[in-house]
Design a protein around this ligand. Structure first.
Ligand code: ADP
Ligand code: MG
Length: 324
């Protein structure tokens, strides 16, 4: 199977969007622009052994590659629309390509986005996706708008992916149902696109948590020139995380450390001015991932995590970093 038959067989799907004038097959795609909308553009690369375990299924890899890009669009309060796929493959393995492309197309249908082009090369397995989204002009939520007194919120639960990785690496023997749940968070993170669209109307700053809360909220604080005080007891932890921590005989400090610095959550962290909090909470659709207030923006720099006993832990903004 050569490059062109591979593209035709696995990736040349009909675009779902009427805004695609020309999709896969020419030198570039042609997209119609909508008036009153700005374009959001983001790229994320997934490398085997770095961003996913080498034994991950092709379905998981396809799912995660698309999700992490959707998550970036969500973090701006945008609506995802189109994506391109740069695929580097060691070999043209039909079984692998079938699983990978099926997961990709299924997730794309769910978010109503279109694959509009890409590139296919031979080499060590890596997947690079560029995604484009739209946002009404001037309404994108950046990292730099947080102000003293604003509340800090996160969607759903934190640390599930980090606990999955920890239990795999330390060979902790978990109940299979718990392990499956944690592993699903690691392999198939759900991008909080609808949540981001709702938060757009209220948030002064927003980011998606890809490198851990400490690192990513740290970016918001640095960009905004403020500090944060978080309450440890408010951090939303799933039953699976609590169960895994108990099985691993982890103390509270180690668990907090893992939950706040472990990566791959792909939840949204949004900062909301006090005046917006009642409106946000009373209109939050129950079908979406729950929203939890975990702390407050303060004057200064850095982050403090206050425990139930009243003690303060300084959180270093040291999430996962390449090249260190
Ligand atoms: P060019 O040589 O002009 O860059 P290519 O031969 O790389 O074109 O690709 C042919 C067409 O197939 C282009 O429209 C390109 O966007 C698309 N394409 C290539 N690889 C992929 C892929 N992995 N997924 C989706 N579309 C792809
Ligand atoms: Mg090319």
């Amino acid at each position: 199977m050569d490059e062109f038959s591979l593209i035709k067989r696995y990736f040349d799907v009909q675009p779902s969007s009427a805004n695609v004038v020309l999709g896969i097959g020419d030198d570039t795609a042609i997209l119609d622009q909508q008036t009153g909308q700005q374009l959001l553009v983001t790229t994320d690369t997934l490398v085997a052994g770095v961003h996913f375990p080498v034994d991950s299924s092709p379905e998981s890899i396809g799912y995660k590659a698309l999700s992490v890009n959707l998550s970036d669009i969500a973090a701006m309060g945008g609506r995802p629309a189109w994506y391109t796929l740069a695929l580097t493959l060691p070999e043209a393995d039909d079984c692998w390509l079938r699983g990978f492309s099926a997961a990709l197309h299924a997730l794309a249908r769910r978010y109503d986005i279109s694959l509009i082009g890409g590139d296919t090369t031979r080499g060590p397995l890596a997947i690079s996706i560029t995604m484009l989204g739209t946002v009404p002009t001037g309404e994108a939520v950046t990292r730099s708008g947080a102000e003293v007194g604003d509340s800090v919120f996160v969607t759903d639960t934190m640390g599930d992916a980090a606990l999955a990785l920890y239990c795999m690496q330390n060979e902790i023997d978990l109940d299979p149902a718990v392990m499956t749940q944690l592993r699903t968070s690691l392999d198939r993170p759900v991008a909080r696109v609808e949540e981001g669209l709702c938060l757009r109307d209220y948030a002064s700053a927003m980011i998606d948590i890809s490198d851990g809360l400490a690192a990513d909220l740290g970016h918001v604080l640095a960009s905004s020139g403020v500090a944060a005080e978080l309450e440890a007891s408010r951090l939303p932890l799933s039953q699976a995380v609590r169960h895994a921590a108990a099985e691993a005989q982890m103390n509270d400090d180690t668990l907090l450390q893992l939950v706040t610095t472990g990566g791959d959550d792909y939840e949204l962290c949004a900062v909301v001015p006090q005046t917006g909090v009642p409106g946000l909470q009373s209109t939050w659709p129950p079908a979406l991932a729950p929203l939890t207030q975990i702390g407050t923006i303060r004057q200064g720099t850095g982050m403090i995590l206050r425990s139930a006993s009243g003690s303060h832990i300084e959180l270093a903004a040291n999430g996962y970093r390449h090249f260190t």
